[in-house]
Design a protein. Structure first.
Length: 438
């Protein structure tokens, strides 16, 4: 089997399959230490990367220039490498069931081009058992090789936090696992080449898979609690923001905030775990309860917007509402599984006209994925309400006075829905606007 020493001395290559938010930073880190082939199915992405542009915003022109990655869309080039890392997405379908098609497709491509003596390491988030029970049989069937003899597998869950310039790939402890002790040590040594924070050797692949899926499940449940509390406090006319600030003065209070829970991790990973739980005969209660709360927050924000419009003396049907932000979190262009679209869909049911402004998101991707046209603030014109859905840094210059200028006069006063609680309530109401925050 390939060894870490062969990787270090460039006698063997690493192949990264999938160059998104996870794969690209990892490929860049390895590209400074080893020979790396970077594979992605998107010809456009490969072309952009060759020109030194990362559409995800994770890496700068300087970051890309400081590393060496052999970019390609040609899956046959996987055969050049003997240490293969899979970083393709693992989404859910319309029924909240795991969609393993990307990882299955990647496994087929790897199997068809798998060199004897290779180690294949999966980083994609999956439920326990996927690597060994689903991926390995595909690799064997496509390659004609036998796992454990001709090639081996490992697992190392990704821990990339999109948009985070502090907790970068090299500064996050890496969990690693292998099908046997020899593979584990090789995988650990290869990752230790680039991860200065160190690695944690998990005893089995299933343990590593489970560790990943519960990291985001834990966060999901904590945010669900904050969202439920926010709904309760709203009914009591108490500011949840003020309550959390007060409670946060205790040393062991966990500082989570209410909000929309989307993206490709927190809003997805719990469903992988509950799917497997159901498969083995256990019906999850706590995890799914948290998911129901978080999945319903877009609808809740829309309903509160309608109520605020009515209280402000506005006619709901035909009202124009400007939504600031479409991405699933602040300062990243990623719109996958964004819950902002739930707000838009619910408002549409009330006959409300919605307009979306997001200077960070790709206009082309927004139209392709959701049929949403992104507008400039100037093109939006006057509106009846503004929903501040995502706290992009680029929105920092939008003052309370600017918000008043966006809201049209007459037929009631303007409404501001501050989902992320980033605005000063006094300043907004001082402009004669109706204010609400989650």
């Amino acid at each position: 089997m390939v060894t870490a020493e062969q990787i270090r001395t460039k006698q063997a290559k690493i192949a990264l399959v999938g160059l998104g938010y996870v794969g690209l930073p990892l490929a860049a880190a390895f590209g400074r230490k080893a020979d790396v082939v970077g594979l992605d199915i998107s010809a456009r992405k490969i072309d952009e990367l060759k020109r030194g542009f990362d559409a995800t915003g994770e890496l700068t022109v300087e970051d890309l220039a400081s590393t060496t990655i052999d970019y390609t869309t040609d899956a046959t080039r996987i055969h050049e490498a003997t240490f293969i890392i899979v970083t393709v997405p693992t989404p859910i379908d319309d029924h909240q069931k795991p969609d393993l098609s990307p990882v299955v497709s990647a496994s087929r491509a790897i199997g068809q081009n798998l060199a004897r003596g290779s180690i294949v390491v999966y980083e994609s988030t999956v439920y326990p058992g996927v690597t060994e029970d689903i991926c390995v049989p595909i690799l064997e069937a496509e390659s004609g090789l036998q796992c454990g003899i001709d090639f081996k597998v490992g697992y190392s869950p990704e821990r990339i936090n999109p948009g985070d310039k502090v907790h970068t790939v090299d500064k996050i402890v890496k969990v690693v696992a292998g099908q046997d002790a020899e593979t584990l040590e090789t995988v650990a040594q290869v990752y230790e080449m680039v991860v200065t924070a160190g690695v944690h050797r998990a005893p089995t692949i299933k343990v590593a898979e489970a560790a990943k899926v519960i990291e985001n499940t834990q966060r999901d449940l904590n945010i669900a609690l904050m969202n439920e509390l926010a709904i309760i406090f709203n009914k009591m006319d108490i500011s949840s923001k003020d309550v959390l600030v007060a409670a946060g003065t205790k040393w062991n209070f966990l500082k989570f905030s209410p909000g929309l829970v989307g993206g490709h991790c927190i809003g997805v990973d719990p469903y992988y775990l509950t799917y497997k739980a159901e498969e083995i005969g256990y019906q999850s209660q706590v995890i799914l309860a948290g998911r129901r709360i978080n999945d319903g927050m877009g609808k809740y924000v829309a309903e509160m917007t309608v109520k605020k419009l009515i209280r402000a003396g506005k006619a709901v049907k035909g009202a124009r509402v400007l939504v600031l932000g479409l991405t699933f979190k602040e300062n990243v262009p990623d719109i996958r599984n964004t819950k902002v679209v739930d707000i838009l869909a619910e408002l549409k049911e009330y006959g409300v006209e919605t307009l979306v402004h997001d200077p960070v998101a790709s206009s082309e991707e927004a139209m392709h994925a959701y049929g949403i046209e992104l507008l400039s603030l100037e093109a939006a014109g006057e509106v009846d309400a503004v929903i501040w859905a995502v706290a992009h840094e680029q929105f920092a210059g939008i003052t309370a006075e600017r918000l008043k200028g966006l809201c049209r006069n007459g037929n009631g006063c303007g409404v501001v829905m501050d989902v992320k609680a980033v605005l000063d309530r006094g300043e907004v109401e001082g402009q004669g606007l109706k204010y609400w925050c989650l």
